[in-house]
Design a protein around this ligand. Structure first.
Ligand SMILES: CC(=O)N[C@@H](Cc1ccc2ccccc2c1)C(=O)O
Ligand SMILES: [Mg+2]
Length: 368
């Protein structure tokens, strides 16, 4: 395949409700969509970086810059290549995994559309629909949280994830358990808000039979997570810390995680995601598909990944209306707690032109 050029499109989608985590409150999702144009087909990719470097070091304007100045020109200079060659071609440029993931995905989508193969088929999916969990933000009060959880359970979500931070952890978990019982699949996500010295406090979550506690400590504190795993009975899951198959192997070897949240944007793409999946399966480490409030473009791709055999825990692949009143693609609607895995070539979805243009704040064509 030869790249003709890439369109960088910034979109801005209002959230249906503020989404508060330990690193801030979001009311709008700015996202960067890539459209890779080749002689055979066009492909889409979504860069999951936030507008500000609050979840990780990457941020949207920085991603656009590194794509414009380094990553896209590098693929232009490569002449003919396939999607498997994208990561090696971009390796000389250090880091920028979310930017690289978006570009690799757009190239992979174009290649698969030209071949008439779905991403699910290409990755090795074994399911045609996946069970969906939901991520619930930090709320103003316990009653507000309980109401929100009731709504999501009513909607059919099969797993509840509560965002936590110091001062909002044991009591919200206790309230959800008391209100909805012990059978609800329940987990928490701290987004690195705690420190090694909080182990005794986090052990107070042990009686609530949580599926996992996600990324309690700093993304670079692998040893701290291994020590914490010895001090609490709730299984430790890593998110921000897992940036590659190598980091997953190291975290597993050090006993820093019993479960892994795989996010294709965080690890550099869907091909690296499959490598992490395969590694975790080989070590009997369950994985699930995380979410970055993707539009339908990223959501479609995540559903293909979540259908692989090692994804044995419900992910954060929620329906479009969890976050958006109007998506840039046809909305993904929850059906009996599941979402369908797209079956068309490539991502299997396309933006709806009017919906896409309505939320577009900037487009930029980068010829190569
Ligand atoms: C679904 C979920 O909890 N996602 C992330 C956190 C997160 C939260 C808010 C975000 C807002 C804009 C872009 C990315 C974001 C990611 C997580 O698992 O840690
Ligand atoms: Mg997380």
């Amino acid at each position: 395949m030869k790249l003709t050029g890439v369109e960088l499109r910034t979109v801005e989608l209002p959230l249906v409700a503020p989404f508060r985590t330990s690193f801030g409150t979001q009311t709008v999702r700015e996202a960067l969509l890539l459209r890779a144009v080749t002689p055979e087909a066009e492909g889409w990719g979504e860069c999951v970086a936030m507008a500000e470097p609050l979840y990780s070091s990457e941020y949207l304007e920085g991603c656009a810059d590194v794509l414009r100045r380094y990553l896209i020109p590098a693929l232009g200079r490569a002449g003919t290549f396939d999607a498997n060659a994208v990561a090696p071609l971009l390796a000389p440029f250090r880091g920028h995994r979310m930017a690289k993931a978006a570009l690799e995905t757009a190239v992979l989508d174009a290649e698969l559309r030209a071949r008439g193969v779905s991403l699910a088929r290409e990755l090795g999916a074994v399911h045609d629909r996946v069970p969906c969990g939901v991520s619930v933000g930090i709320m103003d009060s316990i009653p507000a949280l309980v109401d929100a959880v009731a709504g999501y359970l009513e909607t059919g979500y099969v797993r509840i994830k509560l965002k936590i931070e110091p001062g909002w952890d044991v009591e919200p978990v206790r309230a959800v358990r008391e209100r909805f019982g012990d059978d609800v699949l329940l987990q928490v996500d701290a987004n690195t808000a705690y420190r090694r010295g909080d182990a005794r406090h986090l052990a107070k979550l042990d009686p609530f039979d949580l599926l996992l506690i996600e990324q309690p400590l700093d993304e670079e504190d692998i040893i701290g997570h291994a020590q914490l795993a010895q001090a609490i009975s709730t299984p430790v899951c890593l998110d921000e810390s897992i940036v590659s198959a190598r980091s997953a192997a190291d975290a597993i070897a050090l006993g820093a995680c019993a479960i892994v949240n795989i996010k294709p944007g965080r690890v550099g793409g869907y091909l690296e995601s499959r490598r992490i999946h395969d590694l975790c399966v080989a070590h009997d480490i369950p994985v699930w598909c995380g979410g970055m409030l993707e539009t339908g473009i990223g959501r479609a791709a995540n559903l293909a990944l979540a259908a692989l055999p090692g994804f044995t825990l419900p992910g954060d692949t929620s329906a479009s209306d969890r976050y958006y009143a109007t998506d840039v693609t046809e909305p993904f609607r929850l059906d009996d707690g599941h979402l369908p895995v797209p079956t068309g070539p490539g991502l299997g979805v396309d933006p709806v032109p009017d919906a896409l243009n309505a939320v577009t704040t900037r487009t930029e064509w980068i010829a190569v």
